[in-house]
Design a protein around this ligand. Structure first.
Ligand code: GRF
Length: 187
């Protein structure tokens, strides 16, 4: 059974989607550790409810040792607001995924995170937006794209409306990508 490490900074609805898909067997794996950059991230509560070891980290250097201690095969950045270190990228080649709430390369890279992504999309007047799952490499939001799905943008949308519509897509494509990757990364 493949072991998944999920890195978060916030609410953790994507983390929850991965946990649930492991429970139903859609993902042939289990979440072995949850690591948060924020001590009060609700995602830490979600981990506790499922008896998953969870940690708040102050230093980036702690990430790799926690992943190793918990025998993690695949790393998932699910709303993780820090840049992952070179050491982690080198230790998990092709086995780190990120979920981003836009159609990369639109509204991605430095400064595009959280609500600012949706605000920028609405400001630009795009008619479609969406979500992207990609492999993580050195450049921010730059690794190979694995899954991408669009959602419509409506004239009356507020950033929160767009965020909610995209989150539903995120949960689905993140689960698909993890289900694919866990086989490859746990060999
Ligand atoms: C998601 O929109 C994700 O794409 C972005 O941060 C948000 C995290 O949401 N990177 P959640 O914590 O999974 O609810």
């Amino acid at each position: 059974m493949g072991r998944i490490g999920v890195l978060i900074s916030g609410s953790g609805t994507n983390l929850q989607a991965v946990i649930d898909a492991c429970d139903t067997g859609e993902i042939a794996g289990e979440v072995g550790v949850v690591i948060s950059t924020h001590p009060e991230a609700y995602g830490l509560e979600r981990a506790k409810k499922h008896d998953i070891p969870s940690f708040f980290i102050k230093n980036d250097e702690d990430v790799l040792s926690l992943l190793r201690e918990h025998n993690i095969d695949l790393v998932v950045l699910a709303g993780y607001l820090r840049k992952i270190t070179r050491e982690v990228i080198d230790a998990y080649p092709g086995c780190i995924l990120n979920i981003h709430p836009s159609l990369i390369p639109a509204f991605s890279g430095a400064g595009f995170y959280g609500m600012s992504v949706h605000e920028a999309a609405l400001e630009r007047g795009v008619k479609v937006s969406g979500a992207t799952v990609h492999e993580v490499t050195e450049g921010l939001d730059e690794g190979p794209i694995l899954y991408q799905e669009t959602v419509p943008v409506y004239k009356e949308d507020k950033p929160e409306d767009l965020q909610q519509r995209i989150l539903e897509v995120e949960h689905r494509i993140l689960v698909q990508a993890v289900a694919d990757k866990i086989r490859e990364c746990s060999k």
